[in-house]
Design a protein around this ligand. Structure first.
Ligand code: ATP
Ligand code: MG
Ligand code: MG
Length: 550
C-alpha cells in the first residue's frame, strides 16, 4: 500500500499535538457570503474538513459576515448547500461571525481600557497618508494620545449612532514605524450605516476583518486557522489581536497557496463580473468552476475530492490543469455511469437486406467494466442513425469506419458492409447504404473474420431525440485569460447546442443530475435545471479523450 507523505500543515499539527499545545484539532471554513463558492473554496473546505477528520477533531462552517455591504442570503444558502454537497460535516450548526458582534465590541472596549486602541478623527485619505510606505515609516495621528476615558466615551458614541460614516474610526495602537504596514495602527472598527443580513439595523459600527477574524476563531476554539498566502503578512496582527484580547490557548494562523486552474476564471470577483455582464447564464452556468456549476455540469463530490488530493497543499504558487479535473471525473464515472449509445451528428444508415418493419431487441451490457449494472435490450431495425463522421467518401489510410466496400461492426449488433450512399444536389451525403450479415450477431460467438472498426448507432424509429450541450473552455486559451483592460478573453465556441441528437429510446427512470457515458462521445449528465420529466437536456461533462495522464 501507498504511504502518503504528510503535507506541511499535518506536520505542524502533529507537533502541536505531541507537545500539548492543543488537545483536539478544530478547523473552520470561513466564507464571506458575497458570491458563490468556486473550486478554490472546495480546496479549502476539503482541506479543513479533511484535517479535522484525520485528527478526530471538529470542523466548523462559519460565515465571515462582518462586511455588511456585499452580503446577502442567497449567497448564504448557496454556500451551505455546496459545503454539504461536498460532504464536509460541520459541527455545531452554521455559525455567523455577526453573532459575535457583542463580544467583539466588548473586546474592543477591553483594548481601549488597556491603552491599546484609540478613536481617530483623521479622514480615510489622511489615514492613508499618515500610514507611510514600504520604505518610509508612518506618522502618529494627532488623536493617538487621547485618554482612555475619552476613547471609551467616543467609541460608545460611535456605537450609539452619533457619527456619520467615515467620521471616526477605532484603531489598534501598535507601531506606526513597524516595517509591516499592517501593524501601523490598523483600523479595527468603522462607522457604517448599513443594514446587515443577520443583525439588521442593530449596529452602525462594524469590526474590520483583521480584528474580527482572529476573535471569531478564538471564540470558537479553533486551533489551526488555515487561510491563503495573501494573509501571510497579516499574521503578526492576527497574533497581536488574540494576545491582547487575552484568549487562553489562542489559535494559530497557517497559510497555504491558493488553487488556480490554468486558463480558467476562478476569482469570485471575476466570476461575479461574468455573471453580472451576462457573459454566462448565472452563477451555475456549466462553463464556470463555481461549485454550483460543477455540480450542474455533472462533477461529483468524489471527483473533486480526488482532484484536491492530487493537487498538493504547499506554500508555493502553482496552477493545475483543467484536464486533471476531467481525468478525475472520468475515473469516478467510468465504473459507475451506465453506458448507452447516442448519436450527436446523425446521418441515416439503411440496411438494405434487413426486413422492412422488423424490430429485434439485442442484448447490451450497461457497463462492460461493471457487471453489477446489468444489461438492457436495444432495438435494431432497417433504418439507423450513425455519426456523420463515421462515414467517408474518400477515406485516408487507417480509416477503419464506413466507406464503400468496407465492413464495420455495429456495436452490440452486426457486421455491416457499406454498399453505397446518396447525395443531395450540393453533393452532401444524405443517406448511407449497407448490408448486414446475420451470422455476425453480437454474442453469437462468431469469429470467422474480424473487422477493425466498431461504431455506435441508434434505431431511427426507436430512439429519442434530445438536446445535448457541448462545452469548451470559457476562456480563449490561445490568448490567455485576461485582456489588457481586464476583460476576459471569451472563447466564442464555449457552448454548442445540438438539438437533434438521438439516444436509445429505452433510457428510463432517469432523474435530473443522472450521469451516463455515451459510448465514444464522453460523459454526460441530465441538466438538473433545464430538463423536464420527458425532455432531458444533456450536458457533456468531459469527452472520452484525455490530454492528462497520471
Ligand atoms: P476569491 O479570492 O475568489 O475572491 P475569497 O478568498 O475572497 O475568494 P472567501 O469567502 O473570503 O473568498 O474565502 C473563504 C476561504 O476560502 C478563505 O479561507 C480563503 O482563503 C479560501 N479560498 C479562497 N479562494 C481559494 C483558492 N483559490 N484556493 C484555496 N482556498 C481558497
Ligand atoms: Mg474574501
Ligand atoms: Mg478575495
Amino acid at each position: 500500500t501507498e504511504v502518503k507523505s504528510k503535507n506541511f500543515i499535518e506536520k505542524i499539527i502533529d507537533e502541536d499535538l505531541a507537545n500539548g499545545t492543543y488537545k483536539k484539532v478544530v478547523t473552520r471554513f470561513p466564507p464571506e457570503p458575497n458570491g458563490y463558492l468556486h473550486i478554490g473554496h472546495a480546496k479549502s473546505i476539503l482541506l479543513n474538513y479533511g484535517l479535522a477528520k484525520e485528527y478526530g477533531g471538529d470542523f466548523h462552517l462559519r460565515f465571515d459576515d462582518t462586511n455588511a455591504k456585499k452580503e446577502n442570503t442567497e449567497y448564504v444558502e448557496s454556500i451551505i448547500k455546496d459545503v454539504e454537497w461536498l460532504g464536509a460535516k460541520y459541527v455545531g450548526g452554521v455559525r455567523y461571525a455577526s453573532n459575535y458582534f457583542d463580544q467583539m465590541y466588548e473586546l474592543a472596549v477591553k483594548l481601549i481600557k488597556k491603552g491599546k486602541a484609540y478613536v481617530d478623527d483623521l479622514t480615510a485619505d489622511e489615514i492613508r497618508e499618515y500610514r507611510g510606505t514600504l520604505t518610509e515609516p508612518g506618522k502618529n495621528s494627532p488623536y493617538r494620545d487621547r485618554s482612555i476615558e475619552e476613547n471609551l466615551d467616543l467609541f460608545e458614541r460611535m456605537k450609539n449612532d452619533e457619527f456619520k460614516d467615515g467620521e471616526k474610526v477605532l484603531r489598534a495602537k501598535i507601531d506606526m514605524a513597524s516595517p509591516n504596514i499592517n501593524m501601523r495602527d490598523p483600523i479595527i472598527y468603522r462607522v457604517a450605516h448599513v443594514t446587515h443580513h443577520n443583525t439588521g439595523d442593530k449596529w452602525c459600527i462594524y469590526p474590520m476583518y483583521d480584528f474580527a477574524h482572529p476573535i471569531e476563531d478564538a471564540i470558537e476554539g479553533v486551533t489551526h486557522s488555515i487561510c491563503t498566502l495573501e494573509f501571510e503578512d497579516h499574521r503578526p496582527l492576527y497574533n497581536w489581536v488574540v494576545t491582547e484580547t487575552e484568549f487562553p490557548n489562542p489559535p494559530k494562523q497557517i497559510e497555504f497557496s491558493k488553487l488556480y486552474l490554468t486558463n480558467v476564471v476562478t476569482g469570485k470577483r471575476y466570476i461575479k463580473k461574468l455573471v453580472e455582464e451576462r457573459i454566462v447564464d448565472g452563477w451555475d452556468d456549466p462553463r464556470l468552476v463555481t461549485i454550483a456549476a460543477l455540480r450542474r455540469r455533472g462533477f461529483t463530490p468524489e471527483s473533486l475530492k480526488m482532484f484536491m488530493d492530487m493537487t498538493s497543499v504547499t506554500k508555493s504558487q502553482s496552477s493545475a490543469d483543467y484536464a486533471m479535473l476531467e481525468y478525475c471525473i472520468r475515473d469516478d464515472l467510468k465504473p459507475k455511469a451506465p453506458r448507452l449509445m447516442a448519436v450527436l451528428d446523425p446521418i441515416k444508415l439503411v440496411i438494405d437486406n434487413y426486413p422492412e418493419g422488423q424490430v429485434e431487441y439485442l442484448d447490451a451490457p450497461n457497463n462492460v467494466e461493471n457487471e453489477a449494472l446489468g444489461s438492457r435490450k436495444i432495438p435494431f431495425e432497417k433504418e439507423l442513425y450513425i455519426e456523420r463522421d463515421d462515414f467517408m467518401v474518400n477515406p485516408p489510410k487507417k480509416y477503419y469506419r464506413f466507406f464503400v466496400g468496407n465492413e464495420v461492426r455495429l456495436m452490440n449488433a452486426y457486421f455491416v458492409t457499406c454498399t453505397g450512399y446518396e447525395t443531395d444536389e450540393n453533393g452532401n451525403v444524405t443517406v448511407i447504404h449497407g448490408t448486414y450479415d446475420p451470422e455476425t450477431k453480437s454474442g453469437s460467438g462468431f469469429n470467422a473474420r474480424k473487422v477493425k472498426g466498431t461504431i455506435h448507432w441508434v434505431a431511427a424509429h426507436h430512439s429519442k431525440k434530445v438536446t445535448v450541450r457541448l462545452y469548451e473552455q470559457l476562456v480563449d486559451e490561445e490568448k490567455g485569460v485576461y485582456n489588457e483592460d481586464g476583460s476576459v478573453n471569451i472563447n466564442p465556441n464555449s457552448l454548442t447546442v445540438i438539438d437533434n441528437a438521438y439516444i436509445e429510446e429505452n433510457i428510463k427512470d432517469y432523474k435530473p443530475g443522472d450521469a451516463f457515458q455515451f459510448v465514444r462521445k464522453g460523459f454526460f449528465n441530465i441538466d438538473p435545471k433545464d430538463s423536464t420529466e420527458d425532455t432531458p437536456i444533456f450536458n457533456r461533462i468531459a469527452s472520452m479523450k484525455s490530454s492528462f495522464k497520471l
